[in-house]
Design a binder for this molecule. Structure first.
Ligand code: UD1
Ligand code: CA
Length: 453
């Protein structure tokens, strides 16, 4: 097995992003562009991964803290050839060098594997043919179709500019020759830069074969230079993910209105309505239905759960047969054992809710343990915060909390207790009894003031 080093060029400023964030830290599917490229490099299990950084270096390294990366600083951005020159001291014992770009995030590991396979010990080049090749380096071939050299747009004559086959920038280079080629580069060109692309003609002059391959999809070669391109790649990536999920059996009612920014697993016969956003790690069992306009973030959702429209579910674990929403908010550390009904305008945080319990309307439940078969009436509030500390509310099995009740924690509602509507409960309520705190209803003679006629 030849040893391979992946070199990721990430020193460019990305001024066309018009942002103070370094370009490679802009996010695609909520992951930095550079992280996408590093993940693809890792798929190849190379001997080492070198990242050439420059602009915003500290910020880039802090965002990507992986201990095994080798960071190589390019203090001045004098061109792609100059960038690769910086890694020469790290190439001892390396056979092949694979050059990737930190701002070309959608290249597939399959394409890269193919590029490496065809080019062992030789020069490998990834090209694509574009209807509009403007801006890219063009691939010049001889009459036999052999690659001769790469001409940058700014150095090309009209005939060369008409060539539609372009350099993606990704190439596989034999390390034993690379040092010498890089040493011969000059910046005598339109941009006064040291072009990595010029090493190709040197390889050809030495009689080395140039092996060319193309990616399965042209989008794999697309780079991000501005926010329009970033948005376009985001859409392309989302569509690729959606197609994969549907091929795996997930029903997306509209794949163009589904966004996955993380990792997502699902069982059989799950259906997702439009405008659903999935973030972090989300796991669905079988027969889960997710209603429109819902956000699922770091959630585990068991079989036969229905989530109705407009819910925000974060850090929650939802047991089987539960029905959530519409308009429910489940916050981190919420566990619903199963067959729970959580209705509109209910917020639950750091709480357990037992089997078959219902919180159907307008409630805040925080820092609570709710047993099985509990009914929490509309407008129930757990007063969990005294201004400094959080306190627990315990509601035992089969309790019934009347509407508009304030439960002032710490407090326990014992098994089977009933709380009368409108109560403020600040001491424990005994089992199987009715507890209420309410002024007696009285009726008085009373004349409402009248407006003058
Ligand atoms: C480069 C190629 C061009 C190809 C195109 C594909 C050269 C000379 N040209 O052109 O043939 O069609 O990519 O997108 O290689 N970078 C550094 N240090 C530098 C300069 C660049 O790290 O000194 C990095 C950039 O951050 C970027 C990548 O290298 O990730 C490409 O640089 P860029 O200036 O965008 O090259 P292009 O002019 O687009
Ligand atoms: Ca570019």
């Amino acid at each position: 097995m030849p040893t391979t080093a992946v070199v990721i060029l990430a020193a460019g400023q990305g001024s066309r992003m018009r942002s103070s964030l370094p370009k490679v830290l802009h996010r695609l599917a909520d992951k930095p562009l550079l992280r996408h490229v590093i993940d693809r490099a890792r798929d190849l299990t190379p001997t080492k991964i070198l990242v050439v950084y420059g602009h915003g270096g500290e910020q880039v390294r802090a965002t990507i803290p992986d201990a095994d990366l080798i960071w190589v600083e390019q203090t001045e951005q004098l061109g792609t050839g100059h960038a690769v020159q910086q890694v020469i001291p790290y190439l001892e014992g390396v056979d092949q060098v694979l050059v990737l770009y930190g701002d070309v995030p959608l290249v597939s590991s399959q394409t890269l594997r193919q590029l490496l396979q065809i080019s062992t010990g030789q020069f490998g080049l990834l090209t694509v043919t574009l209807p509009d090749p403007t801006g890219y380096g063009r691939i010049e071939r001889d009459d036999n179709g052999e690659v001769l050299r790469i001409i940058e747009q700014k150095d090309a004559n009209p005939t060369q500019r008409a060539i539609q086959e372009i350099n993606t920038g990704m190439m596989s280079l034999p390390a034993r020759r690379l040092t010498s080629w890089l040493g011969q580069l000059s910046n005598d060109n339109a941009q006064k830069e040291y072009y990595l692309t010029d090493v190709l003609a040197m390889a050809v002059a030495e009689g080395m074969a140039v092996k060319v391959t193309q990616p399965a999809q042209a989008v794999e070669a697309e780079g991000v230079n501005n926010k329009m391109q970033l948005a376009a790649l985001e859409r392309a990536y989302q569509r690729m993910q959606a197609d994969q999920l549907m091929a795996d059996g997930l029903m997306l009612l509209d794949p163009a209105r589904f966004d996955l920014r993380g990792t997502f697993t699902h069982g059989r016969d799950c259906v997702i309505d439009v405008n659903v956003i999935v973030e972090g790690r989300v796991q669905l069992g079988d027969n889960v239905h997710v209603g429109a306009n819902t956000v699922l973030r770091d959630a585990k959702i068991a079989d036969h759960v229905t989530i109705l429209e407009n819910c925000v579910i974060e850090g929650a674990d939802i047991g089987a047969d539960s029905r959530i929403g519409p308009f429910s908010r489940l916050r981190p550390d919420t566990q619903l054992t199963g067959a729970a009904h959580i209705g509109n305008f209910v917020e639950i945080k750091k709480s357990q809710v037992g089997q078959d319990s219902k919180i159907n309307h307008l409630s805040y439940i925080g820092d609570s343990q709710i047993g099985a078969g509990v009914n929490v009436g509309a407008g129930t509030i757990t007063c969990n915060y005294d201004g400094a500390n959080k306190h627990q509310t315990v509601i035992q099995d089969n309790a019934f909390i009347g509407s508009n009740t304030a439960l002032v924690a710490p407090v326990t509602i014992q098994q089977g207790a009933t709380i009368g509507a409108g109560s403020v409960i600040s001491r424990d309520a005994p089992a199987e009894q009715l507890t209420l705190t309410r002024a007696k209803q009285s009726s008085l003679q009373w004349q409402r003031p009248k407006k003058p006629a």
